[in-house]
Design a protein around this ligand. Structure first.
Ligand code: ATP
Length: 327
């Protein structure tokens, strides 16, 4: 059975700024998403598009202004009685592993403490679990790391440690927010591969928030979906193959065309479309119109006045754009 692991239904978020004269900002606008148990999903978009806010709402670290989140077909209200149990099954991995790891605890303690607290493990059984978890995330040989501290690790090593700590809860869903943004290029693929392995071998549902479409493609190449976020709205979503080989939204096309190519000759030949604006849109609650209209080269009056809704264009592909057929 393909159970839905996580679903966002009509999720919106408004932040207010300013102490006396409040200004309201619509950061997420009517997000609808779902992911089946054991699947992979990437939420992709550039800085300021609302990705972190969405990831935090999906894991109940932030409360939506409107809409609901469902974990395994039950709303968070319905989980209230068993919340402490289900909470541990949905783990959030922070984009800055260093900030999320206790600097004065040894690596052993960082992993052992939650295992002691939640599973009551001690002695040899505890040590074996710590050893196995470090091995699983590639911090090997594990006992070499037992008495080291997070600052002894590279950025990639710290992200592995943060993943191992999340695994102490035996999670069923992992939401990782830009897990590779603070680590060296050469180590990024290894972290994505680790998350793929956890999905494949342990059937953990993995949602990745990324701004790099190359990394998104690598994560979802064999299976999985992508949702492209712009100005707090999903502008295109579908199978990884559809989004990367047949993108139709003008923003997705720009994202794909601006991803780095190793070959300098090909990079020189590539024509990258210039947008009318590179600033993320600032939207107020109640704003109508396409969030991308201020940057889009193909906008019409309709784009300024009417918010495009996601429409199915094939069984694994949806787009929210009034003009995509004319581009
Ligand atoms: N607590 C908050 N109060 C007010 N505004 C906020 C708050 N958190 C986020 N924002 C604003 O919401 C918008 C979206 O932020 P968010 O961090 O979700 O985007 P993002 O796509 O993850 O970008 P980045 O990769 O830069 O973090 C930004 O304009 C940000 O300034």
């Amino acid at each position: 059975m393909n159970e839905i692991a996580l679903r966002a239904e009509h999720v919106s978020k408004v932040f207010s700024q300013g102490l006396f004269k409040k200004r309201y900002k619509l950061v997420l606008d009517d997000i609808n998403l779902e992911i089946k148990r054991g699947d992979r999903l990437v939420i992709i978009g550039e800085s300021g598009m609302g990705k972190t806010t969405l990831a935090r709402i999906l894991t109940n670290l932030e409360v939506p202004t409107e809409g609901k989140i469902y974990w395994f077909n039950k709303s968070l209200d319905e989980w209230r009685r068993d919340y402490s149990v289900i909470r541990r099954k949905v783990q959030y991995i922070h984009q800055d592993p260093y900030a999320s790891l206790h600097p004065s605890k040894t690596i052993y303690k960082i992993i052992a403490d939650p295992l002691k607290r939640c599973e009551g493990l001690s002695g040899e059984r505890l040590e074996k679990r710590v050893y196995d978890l470090l091995e699983m995330v590639g911090l090997t040989p594990p006992d070499y790391f037992f008495n080291k501290y997070p600052h002894h690790l590279s950025g990639g090593g710290r992200q592995r440690l943060a993943i191992a700590r999340a695994l102490t809860a035996n999670p069923e869903i992992i939401v990782a927010d830009e897990p590779i943004s603070m680590i060296d290029m050469s180590l990024r693929a290894a972290i994505i591969k680790l998350l793929k392995d956890l999905n494949e071998k342990k059937n953990i549902t993995v949602i990745l928030v990324l701004h790099d479409i190359g990394a998104a493609r690598y994560f979802t190449y064999e299976k999985g979906e992508m949702a492209v976020l712009y100005g707090g709205r999903i502008v295109e979503k579908g199978s990884s193959k559809e989004i990367t080989t047949n993108p139709v939204h003008p923003y997705t096309k720009v994202l794909l065309n601006s991803s780095p190519i190793a070959d300098p000759e090909l990079a020189r030949k590539r024509k990258v479309e210039q947008l009318r604006s590179y600033d993320p849109p600032v939207r107020k609650p109640g704003t109508q119109g396409c969030p991308f209209a201020h940057a889009c080269n193909y906008f019409t009056d309709k784009c300024l006045n009417e918010t495009p809704q996601l429409e199915m264009i094939s069984h694994s592909h949806w787009v929210a754009c009034h003009v995509f057929e004319n581009i």
